[in-house]
Design a protein around this ligand. Structure first.
Ligand code: ATP
Ligand code: MG
Length: 388
């Protein structure tokens, strides 16, 4: 047996001129994800609606994918049947029974008839279907003002019967808003930052800096797992892993201690910018949040971004930690993020870091370090992990 799912597009409906191209991107994202489950799955797009037809035994996998698909606001598994009164009523009764089993006590019916040759008007269809349902499932009651769930009947090229279904992530399909380079650490924030930009339609590449052998292999593997989980939403992530040990050692050895963290951030930004230019990314993305730590005061953020010619996007800038953690749990990165492996940034944290760095001073110290050669070496020796 095959099941049909009806998808509700997210913000696409608001996008005027761009709508056609966004719909094409959503369709090709869907095709790519469904082909991974099974190549017989069909995706149809008619009259502004997407339908997926898949074998019943693949239901769980299909719904897993839909729950992570950016660009749809929801979906409903539908009963699709012949356009006869009998078939429609029997589908309604079946759905009513399922809803009752899942705890629904009251319902209302919405009916729509695109095919006007169907022998009942929408109003008649609502009344008769409601009668059939309540006759078969006596405990289920109609409540048109405040129902627990809604049963939708659509008479189109076929008849479709479905409830309100499940809520999707929403947003715009990945691929409609250019490409961004995410600075991905092993912490809680940066995977969430990447996810949020993907929800605005951005394709995500990521760069991670490690300091092996000062940081462990496990800490690198943790970041790969974070990229893999995040990539389930992002239509894949190319993760570039760079060894920054030499850069970090040079900063540690030659810079004033209180400046070490800000200067390391400046070096990371420069390396990320160069990586972004090679991979045609149009911006950098970080998980920074204002005042979260010493390096994220507005003055220090000015220092770290002042040499960067691309926009630096910080989607979490106004989030508090609690809100970030909530998102991290929702997307499934939280448990990995809190594993206790050391990040290269936490290696040489100065006891009294500069809190309100001056940009001119930061640049003078940074230039004196002459890091270009070491940054270039780190870029040359990159390791690429393709997560998808
Ligand atoms: P998270 O690393 O997720 O932010 P955190 O709060 O522990 O958690 P911070 O020290 O606040 O990390 O780092 C601020 C931002 O700098 C990160 O969100 C990330 O974008 C970037 N960053 C920090 N360390 C690294 C790293 N090793 N590789 C790549 N980017 C990093
Ligand atoms: Mg942070």
């Amino acid at each position: 047996m095959w099941n049909v799912w009806l998808l509700k597009p997210g913000e696409l409906t608001l996008k005027g001129e761009n709508r056609k191209s966004f719909e094409g991107i959503l369709k090709s994202n869907l095709q790519r994800l469904m082909a991974k489950i099974e190549n017989r799955i069909k995706i149809k797009f008619t009259m502004g609606r997407y339908y997926i037809e898949a074998p019943q035994e693949k239901s769980e996998e299909v719904e897993n994918v839909l729950s992570r698909l950016i660009g749809i606001s929801g979906w409903a598994k539908t009963f699709s049947c012949e356009k006869t009164k009998e078939a429609v009523f029997s589908a309604c009764v079946e759905l009513g029974k399922n809803l009752y089993k899942s705890g629904v006590k009251t319902f209302k019916i919405n009916a729509r008839r695109t095919d006007k040759s169907f022998p009942l008007t929408s109003y008649e269809l609502c009344c008769l279907a409601a009668n059939e349902i309540t006759a078969e499932t006596c405990e289920l009651k109609v409540d048109i003002h405040n129902p627990d769930d809604v049963i939708n009947i659509e008479i189109r090229e076929k008849a479709f019967v479905y409830s309100s279904g499940k809520k999707g992530i929403g947003g715009l399909p990945v691929g409609c808003a250019g490409r961004g380079m995410l600075l991905l650490s092993g912490g809680i924030d940066s995977p969430v930052a990447g996810f949020l930009m993907a929800c605005r339609g951005m394709t995500i590449d990521a760069v991670h800096f490690h300091a092996y052998p000062y940081t462990s292999i496990e800490s690198k593997q943790k970041v790969i797992r974070l990229a893999e989980t995040t990539s389930l939403y992002c239509m894949g992530i190319n993760l570039y892993i760079l060894n920054f040990t030499q850069v970090q050692m040079k900063i540690k050895k030659n810079a004033p201690e209180e400046w070490v963290t800000v200067l390391l951030r400046m070096a990371m930004m420069e390396a990320a910018l160069k990586a972004a230019q090679k991979t045609k990314c149009k911006c950098l993305i970080t998980g920074e949040s204002l005042s979260q730590v010493a390096s994220q005061t507005i003055e220090n953020l000015s220092c770290t971004q002042n040499r960067i010619s691309l926009p630096v996007l910080r989607p979490l800038i106004g989030f508090n930690k609690e809100a970030i953690i909530k998102e991290a749990k929702r997307i499934g990165t939280f448990n990995t993020s809190i594993e206790p492996h050391q990040d290269c940034c936490t290696l040489f944290v100065p006891p009294h870091p500069v809190l309100r760095g001056n940009v001119a001073e930061a640049n003078k110290l940074y230039e004196a370090l002459e890091l270009e050669g070491l940054i270039e070496e780190a870029l040359q020796g990159y390791e690429l992990v393709k997560c998808n």
